[in-house]
Every structure is written in structure tokens, then in C-alpha cells.
Design a protein around this ligand. Structure first.
Ligand code: FNR
Length: 382
């Protein structure tokens, strides 16, 4: 299978699976516990059907919208994801450049393998930085100040990762820190020489946004598992979120809100947007799908705050359904990560071009020329 054989996100998933050693693929593809929530994030989109208008004169369409005060070419964002350099040597650079080319928002993780400053220098397009709250307040402050100095457009505070979810595929494959090698995993690294040589011979894996706090080879180095278990502030609460919003002072997003009550509290602390998200099913398995939570959250805070529906998006029609249910935009991680793993920047660009085509084609077939025409009447619960 080659890149030119990829015609949808599932095809990129198959190509990524063929290219990556299975422990690395399973890190991207896997989720928590029984992976029920991950599956539901996508299947939820099949519980509602689109209702098209015909003969609507749709020669000229405009799929753009405004997200967090900046124009986006599509109602779609690229969610922040960790350690992209492990999936392809081009890492975050590939994703940032592709997002810039397509005029889309993208997020950079606290655990990115490119620095805040490197990413800022690559693109003037809309970008957000994703912050985990560390016990070491100095580290939070340092990251916030670096984002301010680098001109990041928004800060997203992830609130669903007080501890890491139980990722059983990683436990089995040994994709843990320290890594555990099994005969099967050693065979898998040996039989994917392109990935393995790229990993070993190209630029070293690093986590530059944590400075010396977490880095390979540093005397202060800690593993990612230790990072989640020892460095994050499990006592964080609404006052912490509010203080970080104040300190940042710019456009502020809460990522991982799942209930109408919490959405209301997000409005009260002055957040500009919430990402309804269960971290792609990687945290609390058994939690509901973001798409299923949209109606009650839109009822509670619609019009007061932007609502991004994050997770499970694999098709342009999923994006259209999220908008029709009241979201400002949809967002996703694996939709571009499979493509990154499959073919670096070329892969991400092809995936975005396929999604762009699906969104535009879907709008035409729905008989709408603008995103704001996708209203609740255009969607029915089955
Ligand atoms: C993530 N996600 C994530 N979120 C976050 O706030 N900080 C992070 O560092 C990461 N890292 C990460 C790594 C990988 C491999 C995945 C798949 C996801 C969650 C991400 O932002 C987003 O919420 C999910 O990816 C949405 O689900 P889908 O689109 O992947 O189904």
C-alpha cells in the first residue's frame, strides 16, 4: 500500500500500521481499558443522519469559519498530541507546516518533541499550546511566558489527565518507560527498518518544552510514566484553572470538559472555549462520546462560549454533523497522526486534502453554501 492508495482516514491507519513497529502503532491507535469510549467516539456520529436540501444552487461554497477569533479554512482543528517525533522523524514540524498550508488551527502538546519557539518560527497560522498543570508552578509559568513571547494564539488547559488512563496495549507491547522488550517487539522493530533507522539515526528524541525537567540524557531526566504520576498536580481545581487563565491573559480553552455543569463553570472563569473531549478514549473508559454530549452542553452554554467537539472524527460528514448539532468546530488527533506516521508532511497534507474534499462535497450534497447554514433541522436522531 502506498500514499496514493489512501482515500480516507482508515486507509492512512492501515498504512501507518504497515509502516510502524506495533508498539508505536498501538500507542497511537490504542486507548484506555476496553477501548469502549474510543469506539463510541466515532460510532456516535452514526446515531444521527443528515437531511439534505436539493436544488439549492451550490456552485460557490465557503467552508471557512471563525474559531477563537481567527479565520479557519475549515470548521476543523488539529488537536494537540504528544511525542510526534516517535511516529515520524519530521514530527510536529510536518503537522505545523501542513496545518499552515491548509489554513487550520493546530495544537502543540506540553510533551511535543519540538519547542514552543521552533513551532512559532515555522508558521504565522493560528496555533494553540496545550498545558498540563505541573506541581512545579515555576514550570507552568515558564511555559506560559514562552508561549506569550512566541505569539501563540491560545492556551488550552487539559483537565482530563490528572493521572494517565490505563493503556493496556502499551502495557502488553512494552511501550512503557522504561521500555520493555519482548521477542515480538524486538522482531517488530527489526522488521520495520525504515522506522527504526529513522528513529536511531536522525535527530535525537527530546521534549524541549519541559527543558531540563524531563529530557533524555539529562541528570534530571524522568520518564513519561513518571511525568504523569509524579509531576502533574493532582490537586488542581477550578481555582487553579482560573489562576492560569489570569496568568495567560489571552484566549483560553479548557480541553476535556464533558458535562453541562463544568461547561457552565468554564464560562464563569472566563474561558473563551471548551473542547468537549475524553482525550480520544485514552483516559476514562466508559465516558460518553463528545458528539453525544453536544446537545446538553449547547443548551447550557451555547452562544456564551465556543464549543469544539473533539474526538472520533474520521469523515468530513462527521464534521458537518458536529456543526449541525451546535459545535463551533470539530477537532481530532488520530485523523492526522495516522497520516503523519504513514508518510510525514506529505501524508498529513494528503489527509487534510481528503477531509477538505469530504467537507466541501458534503456541503454541496447537503445543499448549503456556508457552514452557518448547517443548523439543527439538518440533522435527525435515528
Ligand atoms: C493525544 N491527546 C493529547 N491531548 C492532550 O491534551 N495532550 C497530549 O499530549 C495528547 N497526546 C495524545 C497522543 C496521542 C497519540 C493521541 C491519539 C491523543 C488527545 C488529543 O488531543 C485528542 O483529544 C484526541 O486525539 C481526540 O480523539 P481522536 O481524534 O484521536 O479520535
Amino acid at each position: 500500500m502506498r500514499l496514493s492508495d489512501c482515500h480516507n482516514i482508515e486507509d492512512f491507519r492501515a498504512l501507518a500500521k504497515a509502516r510502524l513497529p506495533f508498539p508505536v502503532f498501538d500507542y497511537i491507535d490504542g486507548a484506555a481499558d476496553d477501548e469502549l469510549t474510543k469506539a463510541r467516539n466515532t460510532s456516535a456520529y452514526e446515531t444521527c443522519d443528515l437531511v439534505p436540501d436539493v436544488l439549492a444552487g451550490v456552485e460557490e461554497i465557503d467552508p471557512s469559519c471563525t474559531i477563537l477569533g481567527r479565520k479557519s479554512a475549515l470548521p476543523l482543528m488539529l488537536s494537540p498530541t504528544a511525542v510526534q517525533r516517535a511516529f515520524h522523524w519530521q514530527g510536529e514540524t510536518a503537522v505545523a507546516k501542513a496545518a499552515d498550508k491548509f489554513g487550520l488551527w493546530f495544537g502543540i502538546s506540553s510533551l511535543a518533541t519540538r519547542s514552543i519557539e521552533e513551532i512559532a518560527a515555522l508558521t504565522s497560522g493560528p496555533k494553540l499550546f496545550q498545558l498540563y498543570v505541573h506541581k512545579d508552578a515555576g514550570l507552568n509559568t515558564h511555559m506560559i511566558e514562552r508561549c506569550q513571547a512566541s505569539g501563540f494564539d491560545a492556551l488550552a488547559l487539559t483537565v482530563d489527565t490528572i493521572v494517565s488512563g490505563k493503556r493496556e496495549r502499551c502495557l502488553r507491547s512494552g511501550f512503557t518507560t522504561p521500555p520493555r522488550f519482548t521477542p515480538a517487539s524486538v522482531w517488530s522493530y527489526a522488521t520495520k527498518p525504515r522506522w527504526t533507522l529513522d528513529y536511531l539515526l536522525r535527530e535525537k528524541f527530546r521534549l524541549p518544552n519541559l527543558d531540563t525537567h524531563v529530557s533524555e540524557g539529562s541528570s534530571k531526566a524522568v520518564s513519561i510514566a513518571e511525568y504523569f504520576n509524579t509531576m502533574l498536580d493532582t490537586s488542581m481545581d477550578w481555582s487553579t484553572a482560573s489562576a492560569i487563565r489570569e496568568q495567560w491573559g489571552g484566549t483560553f480553552v479548557l480541553k476535556g470538559v464533558m458535562s453541562a455543569n463544568d461547561a457552565r463553570r468554564a464560562v464563569e472563569i472566563g474561558a473563551d472555549a471548551i473542547m468537549i473531549s475524553n482525550h480520544g478514549g485514552r483516559q476514562l473508559d466508559g465516558s460518553r462520546a463528545p458528539f453525544d454530549q453536544l446537545p446538553e452542553i449547547v443548551d447550557a452554554v451555547g452562544g456564551e462560549i465556543e464549543i469544539i467537539c473533539d474526538g472520533g472524527v474520521r469523515r468530513g460528514t462527521h464534521v458537518l454533523k458536529a456543526i449541525a448539532r451546535g459545535a463551533t468546530a470539530a477537532s481530532g488527533g488520530r485523523l492526522y497522526l495516522y497520516a503523519l506516521a504513514a508518510a510525514g508532511q506529505d501524508g498529513v497534507e494528503r489527509a487534510l486534502s481528503i477531509l477538505q474534499d469530504e467537507i466541501e462535497r458534503g456541503m454541496r450534497l447537503m445543499g448549503v453554501t456556508r457552514v452557518d447554514q448547517l443548523t439543527g433541522e439538518r440533522l435527525r436522531r435515528r
